[in-house]
Design a protein around this ligand. Structure first.
Ligand SMILES: [Zn+2]
Length: 206
């Protein structure tokens, strides 16, 4: 690919990421500068376009994007990728995802707090929106929080199941993924609803 074509490709990815971030910010899921999104640009070797660090996610432009490798590293001399880009790379590699989204929505963090060994979902119509049948029993894995992406990546892989495209990170947020940004968003939206239902209908143990 020529430098010009690569730039056009990256700008297109940046525009798509900015549009998705604006939607998530509007939902209150990317408060402050939190959260990060990525799309896979190529697989051999793995390359991802990921949102840059420290920007208001409701105000991104198509330039607020940087290319990283499968470990979240960039050779860009200026732009700084999200500190969590390494986990995006790990998820893209292990799950075969084409897009990974990470937000700091509240319900997933509350659910991880109540069920630190995994959040079991069942008998809910909305499971269909997560890519499962409504009668399936689906357990969303929970990983302890870490800012070491190697540690977090190992925890992700330990709990990974190909039919559960999401990970909760305790006291932090949620990752979801799919073939593209649209599928990842649909899964995340439905998962957030499912987790909110789960939290709000839990039996008080006091
Ligand atoms: Zn985060």
């Amino acid at each position: 690919m020529t430098a010009g074509a690569a730039d056009v490709e990256l700008r297109a990815a940046g525009a798509a990421l900015a549009a998705e971030c604006a939607r998530y910010a509007g939902m209150g899921w990317m408060r402050g500068t939190s959260g990060n999104l990525s799309v896979v640009l190529g697989r051999d070797p793995l390359r991802l376009a990921v949102t840059t660090s420290g920007k208001d996610k409701g105000e991104l432009t198509d330039d607020d994007v940087v290319v990283v490798d499968g470990h979240g590293r960039t050779d860009d001399p200026v732009k700084v990728p999200s500190a969590e880009a390494g986990l995006h790379g790990r998820i893209a590699a292990v799950a075969g995802a084409g897009a990974v989204v990470h937000v700091h929505a509240l319900a997933p963090v509350l659910a991880a707090e109540f069920w630190p060994d995994g959040v079991e979902l069942r008998d809910l119509e909305m499971l269909k929106g997560f890519g499962r049948a409504d009668h399936d029993v689906v357990t969303i894995p929970v990983a302890p929080n870490s800012q070491d992406m190697g540690v977090l990546g190992d925890a992700f892989e330990a709990g990974f199941r190909p039919d559960v495209p999401a990970l909760l990170v305790a006291r932090h947020g949620v990752y979801a993924w799919g073939a593209d940004l649209r599928q990842a968003r649909h899964r995340l939206e439905c998962l957030e609803w499912l987790l909110r239902f789960k939290v709000e209908t839990r039996r008080d143990s006091r």
